[in-house]
Design a protein. Structure first.
Length: 306
């Protein structure tokens, strides 16, 4: 079987990411416009190290009762709604409830990289499936290989189309609880670019993964029908882990305890109870992700977003 690469869908990160860097460089030319607020007695400070992060931050300061930060996010859910449209034709019911959840999940962004430290543990939280990334290939090229289309059954009996539309997990309540009650140094969605997103920070750290969760059946199905390698899959999809936080070793058990308290809410729209794992650690050194159980390595040059 011929291998299907994600780029064949027409959504090519190798073309998009350099364009994003050009756009980021262009935005820096507009930062002088923030000075116009000084005539109102308000100082607006550009948080330049947040450019290219999940959310771009601007800090407001004033002798007046104004002192806060503003985080700006622009997101979309890609083309997952097109699958919902097709499933509505097949099953005569709406699947837009799932799309609504995904739309919220894609804009929940938190934290900056300054607190990351050598020795921090990587805690990963389970995903509910593909979430909102990699959809273009799955609804276009892979679908052509399935005689029964979206009705094709996975190993657990779930329809392919329904599996793709499993609502994304919204981790915001959990992350809020962790920030308030523990010491969180950084947090990332494991979304587009797959597990490479662990090294979203531009700082020189190596991310050593010693445990990977078992991916949901939808990922095994995708890998088999696209003839993809493990490297192909882990550089594109979340492979069962949708979010990660980086915390000091002393905070690991507390993080897992707080996760347990949030487990029921997180699992509300998932097919099974969501889990959490202490998956690895970071150390000073070359910027890269090393996934030991699978003998995979992603170098920093494979993820340049900032």
């Amino acid at each position: 079987m011929k291998k299907l690469h994600y780029e064949q869908s027409g959504d090519n990160y190798k073309l998009k990411d350099p364009y994003k860097l050009i756009a980021l460089a262009a935005t820096r030319k507009t930062r002088k416009n923030l000075k116009r607020f000084s005539k109102y007695g308000i100082e607006v400070l550009d948080q330049d190290n947040s450019r290219g992060e999940s959310a771009y931050r601007i800090k407001f300061a004033s002798k007046k009762p104004v002192d806060f930060e503003f985080a700006h996010v622009e997101e979309s859910i890609g083309t997952k709604n097109m699958i919902a449209d097709e499933l509505q034709k097949i099953y005569r019911e709406s699947f837009y409830f799932s799309i609504g959840i995904d739309n919220v999940a894609t804009i929940v962004k938190v934290l900056s990289e300054e607190k990351l430290k050598d020795g921090d543990r990587i805690i990963v939280f389970e995903s509910s499936g593909v979430h909102t990334n990699g959809i273009t290939l799955l609804r276009k090229e892979l679908l052509k290989r399935l005689p029964k289309g979206y009705k094709t059954k996975l190993s657990d009996g779930t329809g392919y189309g329904e599996a793709l539309l499993t609502p994304s997990i919204i981790y915001s309540k959990l992350v809020e609880d962790l920030i308030v009650n523990t010491e969180v140094h950084y947090a990332v969605h494991i979304t587009g670019h797959g597990w490479r997103k662990l090294m979203r920070s531009k700082r020189n750290f190596s991310y050593i993964v010693d445990f990977v969760p078992k991916p949901q059946p939808v990922f095994e199905f995708i890998q088999r029908h696209t003839n993809s390698s493990d490297k192909d899959m882990y550089e594109t999809y979340n492979m069962g882990a949708g979010f990660a936080v980086f915390v000091p070793p002393s905070q690991v058990q507390k993080v897992l305890q707080i996760f347990k308290k949030n487990e029921q809410v997180l699992s509300r729209f998932a097919r099974n109870k969501i889990k959490a794992w202490d998956a690895g650690f970071i150390k000073k050194g070359e910027r890269k992700v090393v996934i030991n159980p699978l003998r995979l390595e992603f170098l920093g040059e494979e993820l340049i977003l900032r």
